[in-house]
Design a protein around this ligand. Structure first.
Ligand SMILES: [Zn+2]
Length: 396
């Protein structure tokens, strides 16, 4: 009898993902389709079903990466004109994706849809709104987003809003205003995921104090390992176990590595969102002054996973790549086909099947189900929908 060969960590990860869902918490494909010179927001004109040579996401590579569920961001920058309309247009891109590629994607409007999609050989599509700027300071649009299928809301993006402080802008409110707290409570009532990526530390604390459901950080790393304002500080991580929420690590190189963060810092310190205009050109220009751009690695990201797991528990970590959200990726994690390689690294570090399964997706499933149950409870006890505007609630 041939001697049994020891299974490689990668083979073990791929075997695990036959039954365990691989869930990614953040991908900016809708923004790419909106800005693609040819597609201009028309999903039919953006070739997603074939393997592309550009970018980091397409359907063949999502399948290669064993992705079972993808959170798509209906992202709009904080300083866009007509933010309400832009948010609806971004939601529409995701709905187009689901309809145009119905053979590949199954709309996931509840947690149970993820395993339903996996059993059907499809990728669960989860609709998220990134940035509350599209509310235009009113609670009504939130319920319309939910009715359209949104199940996660990132409270803000790079700019501070009238009701919530952004991590990358001035802290004008010390966290959330009364309107901001009403947004969180309404998300709880709707059973939607409250996402604290992008919010300032004061707002993270306010959300944790306000939310009756677990919360998520859909794409953020540990501030203690990389001192970027987008990362989660230790005093916030300390509160995550009591909330039973989820911290999903992200592949953004300057949120992973201190070297990259320092190198990138002058590029990021302009007004919010201007960096998004022509980022690779800006990086090339920057290299002329500051020398070659340092890189972040898969192993450094695994360090963040271990650090965060040490603070909040391995049952409260997840993965939110932010593919298509930034112009560069870590070495070893260059596209959506690479998720199993990250899980393999955790096996190499001695993580158990249970902990890796949690990181890959079971933790996300558990937390989303708890959020749904809290929404059901609040509606069952007759909690009224929150109504009003910043002017009415904050007396502005
Ligand atoms: Zn983001």
């Amino acid at each position: 009898m041939a001697k049994a060969r020891k299974e490689s960590p990668l083979a073990r990860a791929e075997r695990l993902l036959e039954t365990v869902p691989m869930i990614d918490g953040h991908n900016d494909l809708p923004w790419v389709i909106r800005n693609d010179a040819h597609a201009k927001g028309d999903v039919a004109k953006y070739q997603l079903a074939k393997r592309r040579n550009d970018g980091d996401t397409d359907i063949p590579r999502l399948r290669q990466g064993r992705v079972a569920a993808q959170v798509w961001a209906a992202f709009v920058p904080s300083n866009i004109d007509h933010p309400g309309r832009a948010t609806l247009e971004q939601i529409d891109v995701i709905l187009q994706l689901e309809q145009r590629h119905a053979d590949a994607f199954l709309p996931a409007r509840k947690a149970a849809d993820i395993m339903k999609a996996k059993r059907a050989g499809k990728i669960a599509s989860i609709l998220a709104v990134e940035g509350g700027v599209g509310l235009e300071s009113s609670l009504g649009p939130l319920r319309v987003w939910h009715a359209a299928g949104a199940r996660l809301m990132t409270l803000c993006h790079n700019g501070t809003l009238d009701w919530v402080d952004s991590a990358t802008d001035e802290a004008r409110h010390g966290g959330l205003t009364a309107f901001g707290r009403a947004v969180v409570r309404e998300l709880n009532r709707l059973g939607m995921i409250v996402d604290c990526a992008h919010v300032a530390p004061g707002a993270m604390h306010d959300v944790l104090a306000t939310s009756s459901a677990p919360i998520m950080f859909s794409h953020s790393n540990a501030r203690a390992l990389c001192d970027h304002v987008r990362n989660v500080p230790d005093d916030v991580l300390a509160k995550v176990p009591a909330n039973d929420g989820l911290v999903m690590v992200t592949f953004v190189p300057d949120f992973i590595s201190e070297d990259v963060r320092r190198w990138m810092h002058p590029l990021r310190s302009g007004p919010a969102d201007t960096f998004a205009q022509d980022r690779m050109a800006a990086i090339a220009e920057h290299e002329r002054t500051y020398g070659p751009r340092p890189v972040a690695t898969l192993a450094q990201l695994a360090d963040h996973i271990e650090y965060i797991a040490g603070k909040v528990g391995a049952n409260r970590v997840g993965i939110g790549s932010d593919f298509f959200g930034v112009p560069t990726t870590p070495v070893g994690l260059h596209d959506v086909s690479r998720f199993p390689h990250l899980l393999a690294e955790m096996f190499r570090r001695g993580w158990s099947d249970t902990h890796v399964a949690g990181l890959a997706g079971r933790n996300f499933l558990r937390v989303w189900k708890a959020i749904e149950r809290e929404g059901e409870r609040l509606r069952a006890i007759g909690t009224k929908p929150a109504v009003g505007t910043v002017a009415a609630l904050d007396g502005a």
